[in-house]
Design a protein around this ligand. Structure first.
Ligand code: NDP
Length: 400
């Protein structure tokens, strides 16, 4: 059917690339391009024998728009799947505009020197993409991503209006390390050490980091502590869900993770302010990333499950109703299938599906869109087919 250019070759990209290679009738050809080409070549070597997808590789600095344009013109992809870091979103979008190529990512833009992610920078491209006749699909990971698709699906099939959404992200996996992050440590720690916030009655309510804690009994997992975080899909869902009164996001953390994080914060290791060290400027958080376990090394050691989903409360035919749509995923099964743990798996599979929606023309409208702005049904079918089956509970425990 077509060709995708995948930028980045880290934990999430590795899963997405495995999945594209399982889906050769759609992904006839992929080009894997990243900063370190040896990682792309190693993956090509691993997968070429077992797939019909033709794989090529390239080296690219995704901070450099001209380099990206040259690469896109050479590869001529139907879609660019951005699985590098949030810092590169705008340069890759610029290159897609210049070459009139569709764009998909999994995380919204964040300036490298300010730990603040917001959609405003990418939404500013709406008119330009519309005029160019191409689509940018923002946030096709799990959260954001599947959580937005779950919301669109609930609205389409279960509710006339949704008033409350609680998004719960539980990782009950155990990798045996006292402290490690499940995806890029720098991005992960920036996210969890920031202030929390939620949307209520048309405005943001800000909290201190980890200020709001709840205990929830997750299906197939059991009771876990979870903490309210700011999360990017709240921003778009607040605009796209009619009748919405409140949206919150909770993530589970174990005590060991929190104790280590507090200690690292207290000694200044999570700071993104550059400091001088032996005549060289270093960013403490980037140095910390260098000494922490590489998330891709967690795969063989992680046991247990993830459970991510949304609790919806709203009205249907004037009657109040609540449902919980969720997926559970087993770390060891993911590792067996694609050589990665479930956090990368639950992001990489939706990334492939998002690219597939645009490549097949299933989702087709020019402009910049968040995922809940498309018809959720084909995406929900694809989740079942490609490894992330979902369930619906019609009588879920609620979060107070
Ligand atoms: P990794 O750090 O494992 O991988 C990032 C990749 O991008 C690496 O291959 C890296 O290259 C490459 N890269 C970084 N900078 C550049 C550059 N300037 N030019 C070219 N390539 C570059 O990250 P993850 O795989 O863990 O995360 C990938 C993305 O997924 C992130 O944006 C993250 O926020 C997002 N994510 C989204 C989730 C969701 O549910 N929506 C959940 C988890 C992650 P190199 O190998 O040289 O370092």
């Amino acid at each position: 059917m077509g060709k995708a250019l995948i930028i980045g070759c880290g934990g999430v990209a590795s899963v997405a690339i495995h999945k594209c290679c399982q889906n050769s009738s759609v992904f006839e050809e992929i080009c894997i391009a990243s900063r370190t080409i040896s990682k792309c070549d190693a993956l090509k070597e691993k997968l070429s024998a077992e797939t019909k997808t033709k794989i090529t590789t390239a080296s690219v600095d995704a901070n450099n728009v001209e380099e990206l344009i040259t690469l896109i013109e050479k590869v001529q992809p139907d879609v660019v799947l951005n699985l590098a870091l949030p810092y590169q979103d705008l340069t890759i979008m610029d290159a897609c505009l210049a070459t009139r190529t569709n764009y998909v990512d999994t995380a919204n833009y964040e300036p490298e020197d300010t730990a603040k992610f917001e959609y405003k920078w990418q939404w500013a491209y709406r008119e330009k993409f519309e005029k160019a006749g191409i689509t940018a699909l923002l946030g096709s990971g799990f959260d954001p991503g599947v959580t937005g698709v779950f919301s669109a699906y609930a609205l389409k099939h279960y509710f006339d209006e949704i008033n409350y959404i609680d998004i719960l992200d539980c990782n009950a996996g155990d990798h045996g390390y006292p402290f490690a992050t499940n995806f890029n440590p720098e991005i992960n720690i920036r996210e969890v050490s920031a202030n929390g916030s939620y949307w209520e009655d048309g405005q943001w309510i800000e909290t201190k980091p980890m200020e709001i804690k709840r205990v929830y009994n997750f299906p197939e997992i059991g009771e876990k502590d979870m903490y309210l975080l700011h999360h990017e899909e709240i921003e778009s869902l607040a605009l796209n869900m009619p009748g919405i009164k409140r949206i919150r996001f909770f993530m589970t953390f174990g005590q060991s993770y929190l104790t280590h994080l507090k200690c690292l914060e207290n000694v200044g290791m999570t700071s993104i302010e550059p400091i001088m060290y032996e005549g060289k400027e270093i960013v403490p958080l980037q140095f910390l990333k260098a000494v922490l376990p590489d998330p891709s090394s967690l795969g063989p050691r992680t046991k247990g499950k993830t459970n991510i989903g949304n609790i919806f409360i709203g009205k249907k035919d004037g009657v109040e109703k609540k449902i919980y749509i969720y997926n559970t995923c087993d770390h060891e099964k993911c590792y067996e299938e694609v050589g990665s743990q479930a956090v990368a798996y639950t992001t990489g599979v939706p990334a492939m599906i998002g690219a597939m929606m645009l490549m097949t023309g299933t989702w087709k409208k020019a402009g910049v869109y968040n995922i809940e702005e498309f018809d959720p049904d084909p995406y929900m079918d694809a989740l079942n087919k490609w490894g992330l089956p979902w369930k619906i509970s019609e009588n879920p425990e609620l979060v107070d």
